[in-house]
Design a protein around this ligand. Structure first.
Ligand SMILES: C[S@@+](CC[C@H](N)C(=O)[O-])C[C@H]1O[C@@H](n2cnc3c(N)ncnc32)[C@H](O)[C@@H]1O
Length: 544
């Protein structure tokens, strides 16, 4: 036995299992218990000539290692020295790199448990098999590993253990009463079925459709897998959740999910293999992740993490268990990307989206909140041309298509180049040119002779200067707060300390332009409409 490894465990007889390894001191979760180079490697599917190579390799081992190899347990019948060696390999090997079955002397003494307290992995950098403690292991507790993978039903575990290793597992999981065992199996099957959805797809755009439902599936998968105790599968689910959050520019959740994925990875593999530093590097710079920023539907900053990290409330926030409602405000926050969406953030045409639609059980998805597509017109529609080229709030170029019904008819209004267009309850449809918004009802679309940046700027100013904070208001002339009583006599929305500030606001801070924009009822209605309050879908003109 490697003297370094021996400090943590010794070999003892275990009733019904032969020998096994036992902790000679408490081993904390995450500890690397054993790290060992194989003495023999054989292809997982050996040919006849591999039998001879195996025999020669064993014969060439130093005497002590050869004797140790020959005395390893062997649960398979054999006919000659060649098949005997292969039977020893089959009883004791771990699959390591490139389809190799490898035998290590200490590791071969570790018995199986379906709910094992350690996990073995192959460390490419060290060229060693490593075992890490998945939970705290007590003094004198047997160290176990899972020979066959964790996400299996009882039957799926028992059959190969019997066939390959010739024993019936009696670990705690396998000793559960039948009813509880059946419940555990159902979780295995459910997690596997849900995970299959994610395995069927790849590509950067995979997270755009119905993201909240995807997140809820990942939450359920993670919940079941946490109970099964598999770090590999927990790591995978959290990497996927991170990619999903980052696709929608949610840096706060993307970071937490990736931190968790990293922790699961390190628990199983340690932090000294090739992949751990790559994962760390990704954590340091989330926006370089290839899926980042496909849409801004869930946009957050890394720092937008609620403080109570340990409570259930935090998990609810993390997995978006409660529907996010738009922030109540006096004036529309056009920067809120859950309400004012770009093309990639929109619900997908014809599909139920849990975040935006009411229960689809009646076959038709109805809105359950207000939202719209918002963009700037790049190419004006001309008579007979039923398409608008636009740049959305995420700076993506896309198109708005009008239903054939309007062919030859006058467009709802005359979209101006550089004007802003809004389509209520828009969905992301497909065209030959890629994703587009299709307008079927002219009452759902409105264009304004204002650029998108002007609309966004005005939204910021209205929220800052027109929204009281308790008794106080912010003066649009000097930015000082106070209980102001002088307001713009034209729009009535911007407030001032005195007439000097009002003059400064009008001339130097361009209230002249804002005031003119706000005089337009259509423009005013976008800001005044209570986007956060939903009773039923609306049409243009927006109700006041
Ligand atoms: C890799 S060896 C493990 C060390 C072995 N116990 C020994 O004495 O050398 C695999 C063999 O150990 C036994 N074994 C491993 N885990 C077991 C378990 N949970 N219950 C019963 N036998 C087990 C089986 O005979 C299996 O074929």
């Amino acid at each position: 036995m490697d003297p370094d490894n021996a400090r943590m465990f010794d070999v003892r007889d275990v009733r019904g299992k032969g020998k096994g390894l036992f902790a000679t001191r408490p081993i904390p979760k995450g500890t690397c218990i054993l790290s060992e180079s194989p003495i023999i490697n054989v292809p997982i599917y050996p040919s006849t000539s591999d039998l001879y190579t195996l025999w020669r390799n064993v014969r060439n081992l130093p005497d002590q290692q050869r004797q140790a190899f020959e005395s390893l347990s062997n649960c398979h019948p054999y006919e000659n020295i060649y098949t005997e060696y292969m039977s020893i390999v089959r009883t004791n090997c771990f699959s390591t790199y490139e389809d190799q079955a490898s035998v290590c002397l200490d590791a071969s003494l570790i018995n199986h448990a379906c709910d094992a307290n350690s996990q073995h992995t192959w460390n490419h950098k060290l060229s060693k098999i490593v075992f890490h403690a998945l939970r705290d292991i007590a003094l004198d507790e047997e160290i176990t590993t899972n020979y066959i993978g964790r996400e299996n039903t009882r039957q799926e575990r028992q059959v190969p253990l019997k066939e390959i290793y010739k024993f019936e597992c009696s670990c705690e999981l396998c000793s559960l009463p039948l009813a509880l065992s059946a419940t555990a199996d159902r979780k295995v099957l459910r997690a596997r079925k849900l995970w299959a959805y994610f395995q069927m797809e790849d590509g950067q755009k995979r997270h755009l459709c119905n993201p909240l439902q995807r997140l809820r599936r990942l939450e359920e998968i993670s919940r079941h897998r946490a109970e099964l105790g598999s770090c590999t599968q927990m790591h995978d689910a959290h990497v996927e959740a991170s990619a999903l959050a980052l696709s929608h520019s949610d840096l706060a959740r993307g970071k937490i999910f990736l931190e968790r994925a990293y922790a699961f990875y390190v628990l199983e593999h340690g932090d000294n293999d090739e992949l751990a530093p790559a994962l760390q590097a990704r954590l340091q710079n989330l926006p370089i992740s290839e899926c980042y920023g496909q849409s801004t539907r869930w946009q957050t900053d890394e720092a937008d993490v609620p403080p109570e990290q340990s409570s259930g409330i935090f998990e609810e926030w993390l997995w978006k268990m409660r529907d996010d409602q738009p922030e109540p405000s006096l004036f529309a926050n056009i920067w809120d990307r859950s309400t004012f969406l770009g093309i990639n953030g929109l619900p997908t045409e014809g599909l139920f989206d849990v975040e935006y639609h009411q229960d689809a059980s009646m076959g038709q998805s109805k809105p359950k909140r207000h939202w719209c597509f918002m963009a700037e017109v790049i190419d004006k529609a001309t008579p007979g041309q039923l398409q608008l080229k636009v740049k959305d709030v995420d700076n993506r170029i896309t198109g708005i298509f009008f239903n054939d019904r309007y062919k030859g008819a006058k467009l709802p209004d005359h979209p101006r180049k550089k004007g802003t267009v809004i389509v209520l309850y828009a969905q992301c449809g497909q065209s030959e040119a890629g994703p587009v918004v299709k307008v079927r009802d002219t009452g759902m679309m409105k264009t304004f002779p204002l650029s998108l940046s002007k609309v966004l700027g005005l939204s910021k100013r209205l929220r800052k200067y027109s929204t009281p904070q308790g008794e106080l208001r912010t003066c649009h002339g000097c930015d000082e707060q106070g209980s102001l009583s002088l307001k713009c006599g034209k729009c009535g929305l911007f407030w001032y300390c005195n007439s000097t500030c009002q003059k400064a606001g009008w001339n130097d801070r361009n209230h002249k332009t804002d005031c003119k924009m706000l005089k337009d009822d259509n423009v005013h209605s976008i800001f005044a409409f209570r986007w956060h309050k939903f009773e039923e879908p609306v049409r243009f003109p927006l109700p006041s």
